[in-house]
Design a protein around this ligand. Structure first.
Ligand SMILES: *[C@@H]1O[C@H](CO)[C@@H](O)[C@H](O)[C@H]1NC(C)=O
Ligand SMILES: *[C@@H]1O[C@H](CO)[C@@H](O)[C@H](O)[C@H]1NC(C)=O
Ligand SMILES: *[C@@H]1O[C@H](CO)[C@@H](O)[C@H](O)[C@H]1NC(C)=O
Ligand SMILES: *[C@@H]1O[C@H](CO)[C@@H](O)[C@H](O)[C@H]1NC(C)=O
Ligand SMILES: *[C@@H]1O[C@H](CO)[C@@H](O)[C@H](O)[C@H]1NC(C)=O
Length: 478
């Protein structure tokens, strides 16, 4: 069943010793990693999983901050409502870039309505108006920047940069569309950027439309005669701390839909992301060098990864996610070009994947360094997924073949629990680790994957892996 090293025998002995005193242990994780255990038992409430204690503080800040912003948004709602009927109301917004008389200090909220910063007659491009509105909101205490309902705005690449006056929110209720003029994008990777913001919230049921078709046509994946070049990410958060993103709809991104990069303490919820299944590299949510992030209650259908988590990310919780079409939920790729990767403490809980290319995947390149450890994938339903469970430590996505190398990003402690559904291909489970660094502590517990409409049984292929089967597992690695 598994290759036992001394390390494992020792570990198992310790567990058996402890478990003979504590009966609950029997159903718990075979590797008593403190972080991970805490993580599983308490995943839904907070980020209390750290080894340095910082995350707890952050999560508490975030919760307090959330309350504060919620209160403000309640205020803002009544304010903006009154504006739509009457412009006589005095204090809560600015006109033409010049501030009106400000609110008495008892009122914490000021609505900065972006509409009031757009010069009349501007139909095709509203970037400057947004910049002026941002500048105002960023320097105003307790501001809420409002993108009003039933309005449509068109933006060239734009950076909303901090630091701003403490705690601040943008409420997107209208529609924001991208410029389709490729020449507008001097940095081909970026469209809307939120950078260096702390205690910031993006909220609203508005739509952000990347109008990506022009970029897709020019992608080398669609048209091999074209050079392979970057296309912009629709919404990038970089260097943000205590960030809440709630309720956004992002469609047809030029390339990726949303990136969290170098952020700390993030809650993203109720996100809707949609692009055609054949749109190239249109990942849903990409997490890089970010810690303490929670992504919940979201629906993502695109042409690439639903959620991708890459190096430098730690304490990532993903729950209540529906994916499809697309490439599924992915950790990696890691270790490309002999780079060092570090990803730890990832929980994926309650996910549904429909017709995706992969279900849950870990992928690392040969020759990399560092680690990918402490992952839990649980309570997952797959329907017609081509590769439901996959670990590929020999990932190679380039034209020239990848040679066997001595170093690898090691993969330790991965739990797959309560995963069921249908596989489009015969190989429902594929765990292909490197010869030099076998995957350790991989557990399959209560797995039931069958071939969709198939008469044959599903298969599990496992290579160079220390594997544990618990409960009912089908298919089993031989
Ligand atoms: C789980 O989180 C709750 C709420 O923050 C906390 O009160 C409780 O002590 C935590 N339990 C564990 C086992 O960490
Ligand atoms: C966080 O974890 C520590 C260590 O396990 C525990 O003592 C503490 O009660 C937890 N706090 C919360 C709020 O969960
Ligand atoms: C954001 O922060 C980074 C790192 O602290 C810094 O290098 C960068 O210049 C900042 N950007 C802005 C616009 O302030
Ligand atoms: C199942 O997935 C395959 C491959 O993605 C696709 O060709 C097929 O149409 C799907 N079947 C159903 C019933 O959705
Ligand atoms: C595993 O990876 C090796 C090296 O890339 C490859 O040759 C082999 O075909 C793979 N096995 C499976 C079952 O995918």
């Amino acid at each position: 069943m598994c290759v036992k090293s001394h390390f494992v025998i020792l570990g198992v002995t310790i567990i058996i010793l402890i478990c003979s005193f504590v009966p609950v242990c029997l159903s718990s994780y075979p590797f008593p990693e403190h972080d991970l255990k805490n993580y599983i038992t308490n995943y839904s409430t907070n980020y209390n999983i750290s080894d340095d204690g910082n995350e707890l503080k952050d999560s508490q800040n975030l919760i307090n901050y959330d309350r504060l912003i919620l209160d403000r948004l309640k205020h803002s709602h009544s304010h903006s409502h009154s504006h739509s009927h009457s412009h006589s109301h005095s204090h809560s917004y600015s006109h033409g870039g010049r501030s009106r008389a400000v609110a008495p200090s008892s009122s914490p909220t000021r609505i900065i309505n972006v509409e009031n910063f757009i010069k009349s007659g501007r139909r095709r491009d509203h970037t400057k108006g947004f910049k002026r509105a941002w500048k105002k909101a960023c320097s105003t205490k307790g501001a809420i920047l409002l993108v009003p309902k039933n309005k449509k705005y068109r933006l060239r690449p734009i950076k909303f940069s901090g630091p701003c006056h403490s705690s601040f929110a943008i409420k997107i209720r209208g529609r924001i569309e991208a410029s389709t003029n490729i020449a507008d994008y001097r940095d081909r990777r970026l469209w809307i950027v939120f950078e260096n913001l702390s205690n910031f919230k993006v909220q609203g049921r508005g739509t952000i439309d990347g109008r990506g078709h022009i970029w897709w046509q020019n992608s080398c994946k669609i048209n091999p005669t074209k050079p392979c070049q970057h296309a912009p990410t629709a919404v990038t958060f970089v260097g943000c701390k205590n960030l809440i993103v709630d309720g956004l709809k992002i469609i047809n991104a030029q390339q990726m839909h949303m990136i969290f990069e170098k952020c700390d303490a993030v809650r993203a919820s109720n996100i809707l992301i949609k692009a055609p299944g054949n749109s190239p590299n249109t990942d849903g949510i990409h997490v890089t060098e970010t810690k303490n992030i929670q992504i919940t209650r979201s629906r993502i259908g695109t042409g690439d990864d639903c959620i991708s988590i890459v190096s430098g990310s730690k304490n990532v919780q993903v729950s209540d996610i529906t994916c499809g079409p697309g490439h599924g939920i992915s950790i990696g790729s890691l270790g490309k070009g002999n780079s060092k990767a570090q990803v730890s403490n990832v929980l994926v809980n309650k996910a549904r994947l429909f017709g995706t290319l992969n279900g849950v995947r870990i992928k690392t390149w040969q020759g990399g360094q560092g680690y990918a450890k402490n992952f839990v994938f649980q309570n997952i339903e797959m329907q017609n997924v081509s590769n439901p469970i996959i670990i590929d430590q020999n990932y190679c996505d380039q034209k020239t073949p990848c040679h066997e190398m001595k170093s690898a990003v090691y993969i330790h402690n991965v739990m797959y629990k309560n995963i069921k559904g249908t596989s489009f291909t015969e190989s429902a489970i594929k765990i292909n680790c490197s010869k030099s660094h076998e995957c350790r502590g991989i557990t399959l517990q209560n797995i039931n994957l069958v071939i969709k409409n198939g008469k044959k049984a599903a298969k599990a292929e496992c290579k160079n892996v220390e594997l544990f089967h618990r409960g009912k597992v089908s298919p089993k690695c031989s």
